[in-house]
Design a protein around this ligand. Structure first.
Ligand SMILES: [Zn+2]
Ligand SMILES: [Zn+2]
Length: 305
């Protein structure tokens, strides 16, 4: 399972129907967050994502609309008895942020918060996937993220295995995971019955940025690209000045990279009620695009099923 829940989709300011940036990913039961804007924990409750399995928060940059959800969230998790450590990854300032966070108010957390500073190009290796920090182009130190799953074993040809005399049972699993087995004096190896390795899934999140090379390269063939789309194309000058992207620019990058699906987020409060203009700008360039709404859920399937 790889499920993406948009907890906050507004740009810079909360509105009545959009919280600031926060995205929850549920990968095989492990929860990780990309940014954690104000109100994220209540959005988790509304979306029923759970929070105790949250292993890490990846922060794109330390503008307030991407981090103010963290203090409340960690207090709630502590109150609920969490003892597992939580890791907060981010660019420059993550260590200072965690130090300040740990010193707010007269309370003591029951769990440890670790700060890990990431430079662009750094890869955080996890069980079954990696999160790679991408160089982005905003007006303070910033990074984006690509979650890239490991390759999976190829398809197991059950009929062929049976035809070769392999008895149905544990030897199937051994072969599927690359082992060899001996049946009636014959050695049967994985290559005989297992196809080419299959790619895992890739989800890219730009954070706040102008369109940039690292996000483009990480997005080539990606299953899902979540991109800054603060403004409509008629406000390109402003987007350039504020170091954000327009809907059309995000769509052009998605098209160039050949992503399977594009989600536009960080929507300026001026379009909070009606983002049709952004959608039209993007659709003119790239068809498979949606505007993120708070509590939108997207399941990312494997491309070969
Ligand atoms: Zn922002
Ligand atoms: Zn920002």
């Amino acid at each position: 399972m790889l499920k993406v829940t948009f907890l906050g989709t507004g740009g810079s300011l909360p509105t009545t129907n959009r919280n600031p940036s926060a995205i929850m990913l549920n990968r095989e039961g492990e929860l990780i967050m990309f940014d954690c804007g104000e109100g994220a924990q209540q959005q988790m409750m509304r979306a029923k994502t759970g929070m105790m399995n949250l292993s890490s928060i990846f922060i794109t940059h330390f503008h307030a609309d991407h981090i103010l959800g963290i203090p409340g969230l960690v207090q709630t998790m502590s109150f609920q008895g969490r003892t597992e450590p939580l890791t907060i990854y981010g660019p420059e300032w993550v260590e200072e942020f965690v130090k300040i966070l740990s010193a707010i108010g007269y309370y003591k957390l029951k769990f440890e918060i670790k700060a890990v500073k990431l430079k662009s190009g750094t890869s955080v290796k996890r069980d079954g996937y990696s999160v790679i920090a991408l160089k982005t182009d905003h007006n303070i130190p910033s990074i984006g993220f690509a979650l890239v799953e490991d390759e999976r074993p190829g398809r197991f040809d059950r009929d062929k295995a049976i035809a070769l005399g392999v008895p149905v049972g544990p030897l199937f699993s051994k072969l599927h995971h690359g082992g060899s087995v001996e049946v009636d004096g014959n050695i049967i190896s994985a290559e005989d019955v297992v196809g080419e390795p299959r790619p895992g899934r890739t989800v890219v999140y730009s954070g706040d940025t102008r369109p940039c090379l690292d996000v483009l390269e990480a997005s080539v063939g990606a299953d899902l690209l979540i991109h800054d789309s603060t403004l409509a194309d008629d406000m390109l000058d402003w987007a350039k000045e504020a170091m954000h992207s327009t809907a059309g620019e995000a769509a052009a990058l998605a098209k160039k990279a050949g992503v399977k699906k594009l989600v536009l987020t960080h929507i300026s409060s001026r379009y909070s009620d009606d983002a049709t203009l952004l959608l039209n700008d993007a659709k003119a360039i790239f068809e498979d695009v949606v505007i993120a709404e708070d509590l939108l859920v997207i399941e990312v399937p494997f491309c070969d099923v």
